[in-house]
Design a protein around this ligand. Structure first.
Ligand SMILES: [Ca+2]
Ligand SMILES: [Ca+2]
Length: 523
């Protein structure tokens, strides 16, 4: 039996040229069906078997009609399947988007939790430790992948001891704001000593913060800023945030961010690839950060201190801390150093202290380091009272010599490029002495000139800390990052600054991503 041949192309022909179809008499088929040969005048059926055609009489066979219907049904089915797939894909996309939104909310909540956690850590440090202005022990709290429900957070920190060697791993923990130069108190020379700074830029920074249009400083004043588009005035008032540097004439993003485009203190792959990806870097496998890494506006110390230049105040403090004999011995030496009566001779045994005021008498102490050098106290004794002392009623923002990076230490007069590496090396080898500035005296070789220059700018205490919190929600999604600055100088941790840094992109490095993938796999 010969099967009828259905030409699919004929359907198109049918739709396009219906009149071209002619019935083809088939004697064999007609015989098998037991019917008479199809009349030449069969009407052409359309959909649903309706009779009557647009071509008039007898132009199509029933098999051609069936084929047409089948193909139309296939097309309709194909359309329905396409619609179903489209909606399925759309729903899947919507589901994923909702999941990401949930993860983002989880990450945001984790960041709020982190802020409370840090506040608690700082409050505990204040109440539990006898010495005020102490940095929380990094081993005393969790700062890496801390779980909050299904979310986790990290506190992105800095290891200022190994900073110059090119960080290859992220450091976690709080960042000491006193480890940086304060934009409102640093001198022009100190600012100029920072990496990538010029005399002109340093002058512009000083001119921005100075209260009057004092042209003697040099630097850009309002007439310069009024030529910019849009024009604005020189502030002539202290910096309120570090970000204000972007308004200072000549300071562009390249100078502020340097190679560390995501401000995480880590050399990310795009930060050491030359011109391949932004930022522009020198491809030397070392991180060369911008100015933002080295400056702050938050560091300041509490004002309620005992002034070592006020005799009664000092003697009252010494008597409350030491036994009366030792207190009067120290007080005597201090008086001698200040040009008063000669103090008792003879130092405490075993301390290396030969007794008596050292060097020429001064009218007043210019720094605690100088006071310590001339008081004849041991380092241990000095560390007990150091946080309660000051030399001035107008306390400046000081640099914590125990946490500052080598670049910041280099900018301090009397330390410079020759002593900064020695300071970093010494504190790395002697971490137990980090509660005081007494050790600095040895590294500066007890040189009165160096002590006189560096002393007024250094401290061993910190009261402001940054918590740079990065967080992800469930399955490592919904990345968020917020930077908080806490101030503890009045005895209670307060958030004084908050900035969303999510726009800077992923800050947890390749290792962080790998850790998340591992955690995801384990779940
Ligand atoms: Ca980086
Ligand atoms: Ca580099």
């Amino acid at each position: 039996m010969k099967l009828p041949v259905v030409r699919t192309a004929s359907t198109l022909d049918l739709l396009a040229r219906p009149c071209a179809l002619k019935p083809t008499p088939n004697p064999s088929r007609g015989g098998e069906q037991g019917g008479a040969p199809a009349p030449a005048s069969w009407p052409v059926p359309l959909l649903g078997g309706a009779r009557g055609g647009f071509c008039g009489k007898g132009t199509r066979t029933p098999h051609a009609e069936n084929g047409s219907v089948l193909i139309i049904v296939i097309w309709v089915a194909f359309g329905l399947v396409s619609l179903a797939l489209y909606f399925a894909h759309s729903m899947s996309f919507e589901l994923r988007s909702s999941d990401n939104r949930v993860a983002t909310i989880e990450a945001e909540q984790a960041i709020e939790g982190a802020a409370r956690s840090v506040s608690n850590i700082l409050a505990k440090t204040i109440t539990q430790q006898q010495l005020p202005g102490t940095m929380p022990d990094p081993l005393g709290y969790r700062s890496e992948a801390v779980p909050v429900g299904d979310a986790r957070f990290w506190l992105i920190g800095r290891d200022t001891n190994t900073w110059q060697n090119g960080p290859d791993r992220l450091t976690f923990g709080l960042v000491d704001e006193a480890s940086k130069l304060n934009l409102n108190t640093a001198t022009m020379d100190m600012l100029q000593a920072l990496p990538n700074m010029t005399a002109e830029l340093a002058a512009n920074i000083v001119a921005w913060r100075q209260s009057t249009n004092d042209a003697s400083v040099g630097g850009a004043q309002s007439e310069t800023y009024l030529r910019l588009q849009p024009p604005y005035l020189c502030k002539n008032a202290p910096f309120e945030t570090v970000d204000e540097l972007r308004l200072v004439y000549g300071l562009n993003l390249e100078l502020l961010y340097g190679e560390d485009s995501n401000l995480n203190g880590l050399l990310d792959p795009n930060e050491t690839d030359g011109e391949t990806l932004p930022p522009l870097d020198n491809r030397d496998s070392r991180l060369d950060p911008g100015l933002l890494e080295y400056v702050t506006v938050y560091s300041h110390e509490p004002t309620s201190r005992t002034n070592v230049n006020t005799r009664q105040q000092l003697e009252a403090l010494l008597t409350s801390v030491f036994d009366s004999a030792r207190a009067s011995q120290i007080a005597g030496r201090v008086r001698a150093a200040l040009g008063g009566e000669v103090g008792p001779v003879g130092g405490r045994p075993g301390t290396g202290d030969s007794g008596g005021g050292r060097g020429a008498a001064v009218s007043s102490f210019t720094s605690l380091l100088e006071f310590y050098m001339k008081s004849g106290m041991t380092a241990e004794e000095f560390s007990q009272i150091e946080a309660s002392l000051t030399v001035t009623t107008n306390i400046q923002s000081l640099v914590n010599v125990n946490t500052a990076s080598q670049a910041v230490l280099t900018s301090i007069p009397g330390i410079g490029t020759d002593k900064a590496p020695a300071l970093v090396a010494y504190r790395q080898s002697n971490p137990s002495q980090a509660n005081s500035i007494a050790w600095v005296l040895d590294v500066l070789d007890r040189d009165a000139t160096r002590v006189g220059l560096a002393g007024p700018y250094i401290t061993a205490h910190s009261y402001q800390f940054t918590a740079d919190v990065a967080a992800v929600g469930h399955h490592g999604r919904g990345y968020r990052r917020v930077r908080f600055v806490f101030d503890t100088s009045d005895g209670t941790p307060r958030i004084v600054y908050r900035q969303d840094l999510t726009h800077l992109g992923w800050a947890l490095g390749k290792q962080g991503r790998a850790d998340l993938l591992v955690a995801k796999g384990i779940r």
